[in-house]
Design a protein around this ligand. Structure first.
Ligand code: FAQ
Length: 329
């Protein structure tokens, strides 16, 4: 073990090994779990995939809040399916992270102790039914914009997990747009609810892409390693360009006085979100941070008996397997 650690540490300083690794990335090769990789590459992936997995799991809470209050059986079934999909996404991503040598228990412990983040967006409340439309339209819309390129990320298990996740996210975005369309084309009161949801979710959705490029800590290295394919600002711009015409179609107003078409860049000029608010939410001071972590803590504590039961069952099954093997020899 000690010898392995010494070798691995030495390897991280070995210019030939590092150059060979970078050459594989530059050639578009996928890195697989058993391949050699620099410790910092492994650490960055555990951070990003872990944060992504936690976001999918915590992201169930704002929508789960509306399952019992969905206005029709059809909407309830759709929402239930969507929330279950998010659980599945979290599980694929925890599995992808585990291939890097971290355990799911460890990742969960880091989430619950506040050492690991989840997406800022899930610290905002879903106050009305129209918010469920806004989450699908804007939050899933932003999530897909970020995740489609991640299907080409350099780490194999992460890239493969993203393929299925993106297919499902696409359904999520469409159901959200369908819901918000019904609201925007409904009564004056329903349209006002849709506008209110857009007003509250617009800037938090823009924040999902992370700080502006000049303030992004990890982008340069993550892009060199092709963990990230686009910068935060590139994706934010694409999201605005995609979403503004959709809002116009709905007869809704994007809450930004500076929104203006720019021929030169062939895209919309728009206002930056309030980055002080973003960092404040990251520090734990968003409207729902405490509730979200309490809900996750409760789920973890309440599930202890089930995890213990599974482990006991697995141990028994293993003893039986070993005993049968010995008896057969
Ligand atoms: N929230 O240097 P950068 C979804 C942190 S999935 C919280 O630019 P990076 C599906 C960042 O971690 C949504 N923290 O960082 C769904 C870093 O702090 P650290 C999640 C954020 O990693 C829909 C610091 O700021 N998607 O929604 C955020 O290069 C509906 C500096 O930032 C993913 O995780 C933020 N928004 O770029 C589920 C996609 N932004 O770690 C349910 C994968 C930044 O040093 C319902 N992740 N930070 O302490 C990524 O693409 C990247 O990690 C970024 C951030 C783009 C999020």
């Amino acid at each position: 073990m000690y010898a392995q650690m010494v070798k691995s540490e030495a390897a991280n300083d070995d210019p030939a090994l590092l150059a060979a690794f970078q050459a594989r990335i530059d050639a578009g090769e996928r890195i697989e779990p058993k391949d050699w990789m620099p410790d910092a590459y492994r650490k960055t992936l555990i951070r990003q995939i872990g944060q992504h997995a936690h976001s999918e799991i915590v992201g169930q809470l704002p929508e789960g809040n509306w399952i019992t209050r969905a206005p029709t059986l059809e909407r309830k079934a759709i929402l239930l399916a969507k929330v279950q999909d998010e659980a599945g996404h979290g599980l694929y991503l925890y599995c992808a992270a585990e291939t890097l040598g971290v355990t799911r228990d460890d990742l969960t412990e880091q989430l619950l102790s506040g050492r690991m983040k989840y997406s800022s967006i899930f610290n905002y409340p879903t106050l009305t039914w129209a918010d469920i439309g806004a989450v699908g339209w804007l939050v899933d819309g932003a999530a897909i914009m970020n995740q489609v390129p991640l299907q080409r990320t350099s780490f194999g298990p992460y890239a493969r997990a993203m393929v299925r996740i993106c297919k499902e996210e696409s359904f999520h975005q469409r159901q959200g747009y369908d819901l918000i369309t019904k609201m925007a084309q409904g009564t004056a009161e329903q349209k006002a609810m849709a506008q209110d949801a857009l007003n509250r979710f617009w800037y938090p959705s823009l924040m999902m892409f992370g700080p502006s490029d000049k303030d992004s800590v990890h982008s340069t290295q993550s892009m060199a390693w092709k963990i990230k394919i686009n910068t935060n600002d590139e994706l934010r711009q694409k999201f605005v360009d995609q979403t503004v015409p959709q809002a116009k179609y709905l007869g809704l107003t994007v809450p930004d006085e500076n929104l203006k078409w720019n021929d030169d860049k062939d895209g919309w000029d728009f206002s930056e979100p309030d980055w002080n608010e973003f960092y404040d939410v990251l520090k734990g001071n968003g409207p729902c941070n405490t509730d979200r972590l309490e809900a996750r803590q409760k789920a973890w504590t309440d599930g202890a008996w089930f995890r213990d039961g599974l482990m006991a069952h697995a141990k028994k099954a293993e003893s039986r397997r070993v005993a049968a093997k010995v008896a057969a020899e």
